[in-house]
Design a protein around this ligand. Sequence first.
Ligand code: ADP
Length: 389
Amino acid sequence: MLVLVINSGSSSLKYQVRDVEAGSVLAEGLVEKIGMGNGGDGDGQVEGPRDHAEALEQVDGAIHEALGGRTLDAVGHRVVHGGERFAEPVLVNNEITRAIERLNPLAPLHNPANVLGIRAIAKKWPDLPQVAVFDTAFHRTLPEYAWRYAVPDELYTNHGIRRYGFHGTSHEYVAHRAAALLDVPVEEFDAVIAHLGNGASVTAIRGGQSIDTSMGFTPLEGLVMGTRSGDLDPSILVFLGRAGWSAEDLDSMLNRRSGLKGLAGNNDMRSVVEAAEAGDARSAMALAVASYRLAKYIGGYHVAVGGAKALVFTAGIGENSHQFRSLVAARLGALGVELDAGLNREWSKEPRVISTPGSVLPVLVVPTDEERAIAEATAAVVARSSVAP
Ligand code: ADP
């Protein structure tokens, strides 16, 4: 099945054309500066397209060339917020599109763009099945005691304030691959998975399902990230509010000027590691804060799942930074974690074990591939719906 995977941002459109059975990528690309019109910034760049529909027209040629005379079977959209309703990928129709739109207040930067992407495709290829794959869906199995915040009930009932969790497509995909690597049926797989990219989250997996996750109402809660603070005492915001900070000031401070950037002055893990190795004390402290915080979550989730059978690292930092992995593992001696220094340093794009045979908890590196997971989920939904009565 040939699937076009679309990841629409507010001003960007990322795409991949995938042959699901062959597991191959036929084309991929990115259109930026959508809606920023009259680019004309003199650097030779083409003007940004007016909207997502115009962005699609720009990439249409490349997609057709990649298809080489074959036709697309479906489109799979990464949709950030599925709220409480969506626990699985779904075939899109008008009612589903409106339901995604109603979730806009929960993900104001992302869901409106996802809806624009869906409508642009529906207009261009009205007969092509579209599937929405939600970042929150995998976490719909969280028990209520894990998703509830201890605040007055009306915040949940009137405003939907609860833990939703994100990165679900990645956590689910990685859980399946890690279970396969260890030869454990996924429904018996208990683990802690750390997805460490620019955004980072850690998930407690019991019986292959998510039972807790560090991101919450928004993707800000939890770990120290590239530019996001993760957990902090909420009274800090009250304090700053009283001192005159606006909601926008707080939002920008927490989401764009905190995390590694706030602590070390740089949001890129590679640069922070290099600076720390060259003797920069702020960078070394940023790594200590980030690895300590992750180690605390791993300890907590080990308890939550009743004894994890594996610790799994994934995404940009998890897959590539042997330095960060070893800083985290060094804090996990109480769990019986022991990395094999040689295996940890070796780079590969294959899933692999990096702990010693004597490590009580095996430690794995499993590359994530959200586009592949979206393409496979899309193909499965379309196959199911075409046999339905
Ligand atoms: P996103 O959340 O944007 O998809 P990625 O998963 O691509 O992010 O992760 C980006 C992070 O991965 C950055 O902090 C980057 O420095 C880090 N990273 C990528 N390659 C390496 C590497 N070889 N060594 C250390 N860190 C790396």
